[in-house]
Design a protein around this ligand. Structure first.
Ligand SMILES: Nc1ncnc2c1ncn2[C@@H]1O[C@H](COP(=O)(O)OP(=O)(O)O)[C@@H](O)[C@H]1O
Ligand SMILES: [Mg+2]
Length: 326
């Protein structure tokens, strides 16, 4: 669990002592997907003479804005170093929006900034900002008192308001959900009941089956996008973690109806220029529209098979934004 509470710090000091080592730490197949992402960030910035460390929030001194200790990631482990550091930029990896985190990291260059993190990290919050383009949603507690989501014979999506694990996103019939209500008593106020959006219809050039389109953004810039699909045809979730696959999609080719929604989201979200996040949409034939699935303020990413670390657009634009705006 502790791992959820680290943050990656980018020190924007140009480190003269750093030499470009020959790939002895490079991505390997058997690395966990979370480690792959960290490794990519570390290696990419190393190419640009910027060193990236892991740190834990409990080591942060609020007055001095300095971390007492830092950690380096080597062969799957975080090794403590004696180096204390004032970071130039912080990738906050904490997905639960606690007020103390926003307070602690106030006045630092942190991604994502408080506004984006608050809206994105709590799916119920996201819904209130974007209800017109999201699946209709109610907290389980409200749903059980007064179901405004149609018929109990329908299937619903139930998911925790905070990211917990993709396996917690379930599809369940309304009647069954009612039967399970007492067992779920402890979770009434943190489970969201959502209209099930059928994403299994085609959209020209984008999808022919269950999918979602993830748009990576830095600030108000759309930097890369992927179309995700599950491998298993009976699966409704388009998560890579569920052994799905992703293909790169050129942002210039995203359809206009999707771009409109993306712009609406950005104009409400008001991201800072160095906020790195992603917005996931899926096309629903029944609504004949793109639906906002979620905003993710701690986006996971990897190299897709056709990419090398040198042409990763996500990394390139993060680096660009930091060099320009820090
Ligand atoms: N209301 C919904 N209707 C249909 N599919 C959904 C719905 N909500 C989520 N999904 C599918 O499940 C996946 C995971 O849900 P998401 O809300 O993104 O949770 P997580 O935070 O675990 O990624 C999404 O990528 C999407 O494919
Ligand atoms: Mg998701």
């Amino acid at each position: 669990m502790r791992r959820l509470y680290y943050i990656i710090v980018i020190s924007y000091m140009k480190l003269a002592i750093l030499r470009w080592e020959k790939r002895n730490n490079f991505i390997t197949e058997n690395m966990s997907i979370l480690e792959q992402k960290d490794r990519l960030i570390i290696d990419y910035f190393k190419l640009h003479w910027v060193e990236v460390f892991h740190v834990f929030l409990e080591d942060f001194n609020k007055e001095k804005k300095t971390f007492r200790k830092t950690y380096t990631l080597t062969q799957g482990y975080l090794w403590e170093t004696n180096l204390s550091l004032k970071p130039d930029y912080i990738f906050n990896m904490i997905t639960n929006s606690h007020e103390w985190i926003f307070d602690t990291l106030k006045d630092t260059n942190v991604s994502c900034s408080a506004r984006v993190a608050r809206i994105a990290n709590n799916k119920y919050n996201t819904y209130w900002y974007f209800s017109s383009i999201q699946p209709s949603s109610q907290l389980l507690a409200d749903f059980l008192q007064k179901n405004t989501l149609w018929n109990y014979n329908d299937e619903y999506i139930v998911k925790p308001i905070y990211w917990s694990k993709w396996s917690w996103v379930r599809k369940i019939k309304g009647t069954l959900l009612k039967e399970q209500a007492s067992e779920l008593g402890d979770y009434w106020s943190i489970l969201l009941v959502q209209e099930f959006i059928d994403t299994s219809w085609w959209y020209p050039n984008i999808a022919s089956w269950v999918h979602d389109v993830r748009i990576y953004c830095i600030g108000q810039k759309m930097v890369s996008s992927i179309v995700r699909k599950p491998e298993d045809l009976s699966e409704f979730r388009a998560c890579i973690h569920l052994w799905g696959h992703a293909t790169l999609f050129r942002v210039a080719e995203l359809p206009d109806d999707l771009l409109h929604h993306w712009l609406d989201v950005i104009s409400i979200l008001k991201p800072k220029k160095t906020d790195f996040f992603c917005i996931d949409f899926a096309y629903c034939q029944k609504r004949n529209d793109w639906i906002l699935i979620e905003i993710n303020s701690v986006p996971w990413f990897r190299l897709e098979w056709e990419e090398s670390i040198f042409d990763s657009k996500v990394l390139k634009w993060i680096h660009w934004a930091l060099s320009k705006h820090l």
